[in-house]
Design a protein around this ligand. Structure first.
Ligand code: ATP
Ligand code: BTN
Length: 265
């Protein structure tokens, strides 16, 4: 990686563009980490609510089920936000919804066709530009810490590897580089506002309405793969826990949790 120019993130520039009250009021930055999510989860006890963990290079960046997450030092954005919400575990997936809406709101400033592929992918031009990984620390019956991990292909060059058909970046689509600092600040500003909507049922209804408007799969026929079982049907909607509802060809509505399933379309 020695031929990559080291345009390190300017944390002051991020902070100067924040309008938040607690998210991004503290940062933890290292050039290299195994994974920002892993670091954030491990250090949550001593890090403040809203602390943002950032690095340039992840040596073990991952998505769900420990699948590899690809990033390029000084080009991609790898960040995790620590939250200390004290909510019931059943409500934890709401944070993925808030992050997805925020990422899509910000990316939509540059691309009209930004959509959310349930549960945790952000697409432009039908390709994945960002993914979300939520890690929760549960104690007793409450979620003590939530780590909202976001990988965003900002200035990543057009993919030439095995992800070529499914992944893209802001710079690849626009042919120009973006300020990672401004993108990060916009995401954090939006995230704080959308997270406010997670805590009340009325707020969550508003958040879900925004989510539906940006859904890539609503009304489409999809397959949900869960271990060895596949269920095909039209996406009917999403429930109050962010679970997906599918109408099968027999007319039944079946609900799936994001936990262990994959969605294909
Ligand atoms: P599923 O297809 O099962 O719903 P997913 O797309 O949400 O899963 P994860 O299980 O979270 O994916 O794993 C991350 C996946 O993202 C990898 O398997 C790989 O296909 C893809 N990926 C990895 N790095 C990038 C990247 N930088 N940009 C876009 N996609 C990536
Ligand atoms: C997905 O595509 O489904 C999730 C990908 C999440 C990647 C981000 S990068 C920052 C944080 N650290 C990780 O190891 N994963 C998340």
């Amino acid at each position: 990686m020695s031929n990559i120019p080291k345009n390190k993130l300017n944390l002051q520039l991020i902070q100067d563009n924040l309008t938040t009250h607690y998210i991004g009021q503290s940062f933890y930055y290292r050039e290299e980490m195994d994974s920002t999510n892993k670091f954030a989860k491990g250090g949550a006890e001593s890090l403040k609510d809203g602390c943002v963990v950032l690095c340039e290079e992840q040596t073990a960046g991952h998505g769900r089920k420990n699948r590899y997450w690809f990033s390029i030092p000084y080009k991609s954005v790898c960040m995790s936000v620590i939250l200390k919400p004290n909510i019931l575990p059943v409500k934890a997936p709401r944070f993925t919804i808030a992050a997805a809406v925020s990422l899509c709101e910000v990316i939509s400033e540059f691309f009209d066709d930004c959509y959310i592929k349930w549960p945790n992918d952000i697409l432009i031009n039908n390709k994945k530009i960002s993914g979300i990984l939520l890690d929760c620390t549960i104690e007793g019956n409450v979620v003590k810490y939530v780590t909202v991990g976001m990988g965003i292909n900002v200035n990543t060059p057009c993919f030439e590897n095995e992800l070529k058909e499914i992944a893209t970046s802001l710079s690849c689509e626009k042919g120009t580089e973006f300020s990672r600092e401004h993108i990060i600040a916009k995401i954090l500003n939006s995230l704080e506002q959308n997270i406010e909507l997670v805590y009340s049922d009325i707020g969550f209804k508003i958040l879900m309405q925004k989510y539906r408007e940006k859904s890539y799969v609503l009304g489409k026929v999809v397959r949900i793969i869960e271990a060895d079982t596949e269920t095909e049907g039209e996406v009917h909607g999403f429930d109050e826990h962010g679970q997906i509802q599918i109408i099968t060809r027999f007319g039944n509505i079946v609900t799936f949790n994001s936990g262990d399933v994959s969605l294909r379309y």
